[in-house]
Design a protein around this ligand. Structure first.
Ligand SMILES: [Zn+2]
Length: 306
């Protein structure tokens, strides 16, 4: 979950240049071809005017169909971009972003279609519909919106709320059998609430909770591996809070996102109950630096004991 920026790639001019030189598109009958190009350009305008909101885009697409042949041609050029749309290759190469803009996991992996290509062929080579993402995006299938008003996936190029920290993970029973839960931080009265909650529930919640639980257990084993300043014991709870806050700021900056999964775990450690518990362990007199916080027999979360 991250807001990212894309320079204006003038998709309409590029589409014209591609169509003019393309043998495949040239074989489509003139009237069909011209109607297809016109409808694709109208669809591009609609996408921008709708700020990437799938509800609004899909509602406006019924009168902008394109032929099967044009859909096939666009799919071909998405895989094999010509010089006029070589931004697709550039995006594939340059988008080695440190956190997935769709889910916040560490690393983007691939370039994917925000509105799935299969059902939205007009946007096959549209730059604003191409987002870097990990596998989360392809796994979402066609579930772009929910049944209730404003429930939709957030869009990394359009939704400014992605710049804020949107989620809090809560850690329970750290001393015995840790479990985690999570909730969005946006107030229910906020205009973005339904979209943030739907996006989080659809793409992120299950995976980030697993990540947080496993990494919290690892943190309890060797705190200094997650936060290097904790290779030495903090003086007291306030000192510990400052150490975690510094680490959080550093990770927000490094990943250029407040919703990357490392930051979400660090933010969870700043919860007052957890901080008090951590301080009782880390600041205990005579504690050996970077030693386990609790003695656990198993990881509690994994089927594999490594
Ligand atoms: Zn992802």
């Amino acid at each position: 979950m991250n807001r990212i920026k894309l320079i204006d790639l003038d998709d309409q001019t590029r589409l014209d240049a591609l169509a003019k030189k393309s043998e495949i598109i040239g074989k489509i009958g003139k009237r069909t071809r011209e109607k297809d190009i016109k409808n694709i350009k109208l669809a591009y305008d609609l996408y921008k005017l709708s700020h990437g909101n799938p509800d609004k885009i899909l509602a406006g697409m019924a009168d902008k169909p394109i032929s099967r042949k044009m859909g096939g041609a666009l799919a071909h050029y998405y895989k094999n971009p010509t010089v006029d749309i070589n931004f697709i290759d550039t995006m594939r190469e340059e988008f080695s972003i440190r956190t997935c803009p769709m889910c916040g996991s560490l690393g983007s992996g691939t370039l994917d279609h925000y509105l799935p290509q299969k059902h939205n062929k007009a946007f096959t080579i549209f730059s604003l519909n191409l987002v870097p993402s990990c596998l989360c995006n392809s796994k979402k299938g066609v579930r772009l919106k929910g049944k209730k008003t404003n429930q939709r996936l957030l869009h990394p190029y359009f939704d400014d709320c992605l710049q804020q920290r949107l989620v809090k993970i809560d850690i329970h029973h750290p001393d015995t059998t840790p479990t985690v839960s999570s909730h969005v931080l946006v107030p229910q009265t906020d205009a973005d609430y339904a979209a943030v909650e739907f996006h989080f529930d659809t793409l992120v919640k299950k995976k980030v909770e697993m990540y947080a639980l496993e990494n919290f257990i690892d943190f309890c084993r060797r705190p200094g591996d997650l936060i290097s300043a904790l290779q030495r014991n903090p003086r007291d709870k306030n000192h510990l809070r400052r150490i975690i806050e510094d680490e959080l700021e550093s990770k927000d900056n490094y990943f250029k996102s407040k919703n990357n999964w490392v930051s979400l775990l660090l933010f969870a450690l700043l919860d007052d109950n957890i901080l008090t518990w951590l301080a009782s362990k880390l600041c205990a007199p005579g504690r050996e630096p970077n030693s386990p916080l609790v003695a656990r027999k198993t990881s509690g979360s994994s089927l594999f004991l490594l």
